[in-house]
Design a protein around this ligand. Structure first.
Ligand code: ZN
Length: 203
């Protein structure tokens, strides 16, 4: 399986990092070794001094598809979860300045904690899902999937032009504004609506 992550999919977040609002989706990838499941703790890596959380709605792909048209794209998602796209912001900044790839900053071990998944049929409208992240009990990110610049169908159609999507792949759909640093001892809790879906203790 693979993890595809959409960058800059919420205008307010693009602005907070001084990035232009994109005219086509920006994506990068994390390997399967980035997954962190079952609310396991995350151990702060020693190669960064500026680890950031980015809370994101995650799609689970349920069948193989290539060059998927927007019209049929929703049938390729069977469930929704929430995850954190951990980012070594200092390494990413250096890579951006030099025009180098982001893998060191984004694709390290356990950089993708994910929750359990909820079938799409349990949502009234998955393009209007409220989600949030608490750090040490205070809300630091508040998003709604209606504010995405690129909708799920457009993301799936776009990415599948270049890469075959396969059963079990995950798509992180971008983070709203409010990203920030974490420190050892912090507790992150991610919510879909009012329901707590994911807890990550930083150790
Ligand atoms: Zn992200």
């Amino acid at each position: 399986m693979k993890i595809i992550c959409i960058g800059r999919n919420y205008a307010e977040h693009a602005k907070e990092l001084n990035n232009a609002v994109p005219t086509e989706p920006v994506y990068f990838m994390k390997p399967d070794s980035a997954l962190l499941t079952r609310n396991r703790p995350f151990f702060y890596p020693d190669f960064t001094k500026d680890l950031h959380y980015e809370c994101e709605i995650v799609l689970r792909i349920n069948k193989v598809g290539k060059c998927i048209s927007e019209k049929f794209a929703m049938s390729y998602i069977d469930a929704i979860g929430i995850g954190i796209d951990f980012t070594a912001r200092d390494l990413q900044q250096k890579a951006k300045e030099k025009g180098l790839p982001w893998e060191k900053a984004k694709a390290f071990d356990f950089s993708a904690p994910i929750s359990s998944f909820v079938p799409v049929t349990e949502f009234d409208d998955i393009q209007q899902i409220a989600f949030s992240l608490n750090k040490n009990g205070e809300t630091v990110q508040n998003g709604n999937t209606k504010d995405m610049i690129f909708s799920y169908p457009s993301i799936i159609a776009y990415v599948s032009q270049f890469m075959t999507l396969k059963t079990g792949d995950f798509i992180f759909t971008g983070t709203p504004a409010g990203v920030g640093p974490v420190a050892i001892g912090d507790k992150l809790e991610a919510f879909i609506g009012e329901k707590k879906m994911l807890t990550v203790n930083i150790k």
